[in-house]
Design a protein around this ligand. Structure first.
Ligand code: HEM
Length: 165
């Protein structure tokens, strides 16, 4: 069960981070070679299709993340996350106490940035009178998504340190 859980966790991390990196490295540069309204159609169309896959993988990551903590060889109870034991090296494995707070903080910031991106994009599309796919870009939202991509990459590093020291 533990191995299956970690495998699903890593698969979801690959889908989430891979999708963000593909968007930044392939979809956005490709869209920028097109005129503005076509660029918007490409980016909004791709963004809308990735939205459910992206949020689906975040939900799977949080559920399997909790599974990783409770099923591991040195298990951590969910109550230890809420009573603060998990951040205390005398109560839990040192690596968890050192790296889990960083990981949880980064994951929360990453989710908040992506929620900001999606909410502001949806609002901009609703305000626009033409087809939602041609609605104008949303600069702050795009910056938030770019920052979330960098944080997702950092989360991968912190995850490796969490397991291997
Ligand atoms: C609430 C959210 C999360 C929690 C509680 C959590 C917890 C954990 C734990 C405890 C492990 C160690 C598993 C083990 O080997 O026993 C782990 C591994 C891992 N996590 Fe997460 N995680 C969360 C979210 C994420 C996110 C958002 C990503 C990616 C963007 C991610 C990527 C990974 C990866 C790649 C590993 C494997 C690291 C390795 O084996 O070197 N996790 N996670």
């Amino acid at each position: 069960m533990y191995f299956l859980n970690v495998w699903i966790h890593i698969l979801a991390a690959a889908v989430w981070t891979g999708g963000l990196i593909y968007t930044a490295a392939v979809a956005v540069p490709f869209a920028l070679t097109h005129p503005v309204d076509e660029r918007q159609r490409i980016l909004r169309g791709l963004g809308r299709r990735f939205r459910w896959i992206g949020w689906g993988s975040i939900i799977v990551l949080v559920i399997t993340g909790i599974g990783n903590l409770t099923l591991r060889l040195t298990p951590i109870k969910l109550s230890q996350v809420f009573n603060g034991d998990v951040f205390n090296p005398e109560k839990v494995e040192r690596l968890i106490a050192v790296w889990l707070p960083w990981k949880l903080m980064l994951v929360i910031v990453m989710i908040a940035l992506m929620a900001f991106h999606d909410i502001t994009s949806i609002q901009a599309a609703k305000r626009y009178e033409g087809s939602p796919d041609s609605a104008p870009g949303n600069r702050m939202g795009s910056r938030a998504a770019a920052l979330a991509t960098l944080i997702a990459i950092l989360v991968l590093y912190v995850s490796v340190r969490l397991v291997r020291g």
